[in-house]
Design a protein around this ligand. Structure first.
Ligand code: NAD
Length: 348
């Protein structure tokens, strides 16, 4: 099978952007290494029907950069990277395509570690792993990362509540969970157990009914999230939910959820801060999953992932303290913490 790797011009500040093509296997993919300053780049592989190459490049670069931030803040000894495969995961994906993708990852000689993301399952990763040593998130290894993500978000939410409401006790606290998938449902269960007054929403009516029934949650329509009177919002569905408009409409004082790229643009963090809404940056609070994956990369035991998971909430506490001292938004503080880590390592 012919596989060609072509280096494309990487955007400024990025290390590498590679186009991988294996026409016989139906593979066309981009692999982006944003930074390997802190270790080999690690981040999932997404399969998506992109409108054009520019859309795929925008997605893979934004996601790779996000992984640098996430891995740095979680202290994983890993840099940031991401891969995207062009195509429809439901109809175009084949084991042969995944093996070709694995071969492309292998050709990068360990500078990039791949795992599942949207459209890619543990079974797909197992096919990729037939052709590379650098595929993780395999069944029987570190397992499903979602419970780790949910636990990390829950602990950060408690830390955030302590900061905003003066107590981490969630009894009676009005919390809205947007999205009841792998992470959101697990988070909703933890919140219900902690005594929160839950409101839930999802575009999947069965998931909503289940949560309403089992967890005693109130329900709101997917498009009514920002009309609800709540104290905490936990976005666990899509990115981009916090826009100039929704930030103005939001009643909550704390935002802490699993969804990646919750802010539609960086300025929304300032807008939220101006309204005295504490937004805990997504890439800090949702690192539980990559921590779990990193334990597989580094061959570390459960104690290692638990220690790192516990550290996330501690870091959120430091970030909030620094934000209060300096009068800046927690998101700005987090970005600066990452920049300082990268500068120190580059200088070394
Ligand atoms: P998932 O696909 O299992 O769940 C997403 C849920 O959101 C689904 O139930 C879906 O029906 C629902 N949804 C979609 N659009 C919606 C809308 N407009 N309104 C309400 N609900 C909607 O995904 P997941 O693994 O639970 O991940 C959730 C989010 O967290 C994603 O943004 C993901 O990128 C991010 N994340 C996940 C992990 C992980 O370990 N799974 C790690 C880090 C970040």
């Amino acid at each position: 099978m012919a596989l060609t790797l072509t280096d494309l011009t990487a955007p400024e500040g990025f290390e590498r952007l590679v186009l991988a093509e294996a026409p016989e296997a139906g593979l066309r993919a981009l692999i982006c290494l944003h930074s390997t300053a802190l270790g080999p780049a690690a981040g999932g592989c997404r399969m998506w029907r992109y409108a054009d190459d520019d859309a795929a490049i925008r997605d893979v670069t934004r996601l790779a950069r996000g992984m640098t931030h996430k891995n740095a803040m979680a202290d994983l000894g890993l840099g940031g990277g991401k891969a995207v495969i062009f195509g429809d995961a439901a109809t175009d994906k084949t084991p042969r395509m995944m093996r070709a993708f694995g071969a492309a990852v292998e050709a990068l000689e360990g500078r990039y570690w791949t795992a599942e993301d949207v459209g890619i399952s543990p079974e797909d990763m197992a096919h990729a792993a037939e052709a590379t040593r650098f595929a993780v998130g395999l069944s029987g290894a570190s397992g499903d990362p979602s419970p780790w993500t949910a636990e990390g978000v829950f602990r950060c939410l408690q830390t955030g509540a302590g900061h905003v409401f003066g107590t981490a006790d969630l009894t009676g606290r009005r919390v809205l969970v947007q999205g009841l998938g792998h992470v959101g449902l697990s988070l909703a269960e933890k919140l219900a157990k902690a005594g929160a007054r839950l409101t839930v929403t999802d575009i999947n009516p069965a998931a909503v009914q289940d949560a309403a029934h089992r967890l005693g949650a109130a329900v709101c329509a997917p498009d009514a999230v920002f009309d609800q009177q709540v104290e905490i919002l936990a976005p666990c569905a899509l990115g981009g939910v916090l826009t100039d408009e929704t930030a103005q409409a939001l009643s909550a004082s704390l935002v802490c959820g699993a969804a990646n790229n919750q802010l539609s643009h960086d300025g929304v963090a300032t807008l939220l801060a101006a309204r005295e809404i504490t937004y805990l940056p997504d890439y800090v609070v949702n690192a539980g999953g990559i921590i779990s994956v990193a334990s597989e990369i580094h061959g570390k035991p459960d104690a290692w992932r638990l220690e790192r998971l516990t550290a996330i909430a501690g870091r959120v506490g430091q970030m909030l303290a620094r934000a209060t001292e300096t009068g800046r938004a927690p998101a700005q503080v987090a970005d600066e913490m990452v920049a300082a880590m990268l500068d120190t390592r580059r200088a070394a």
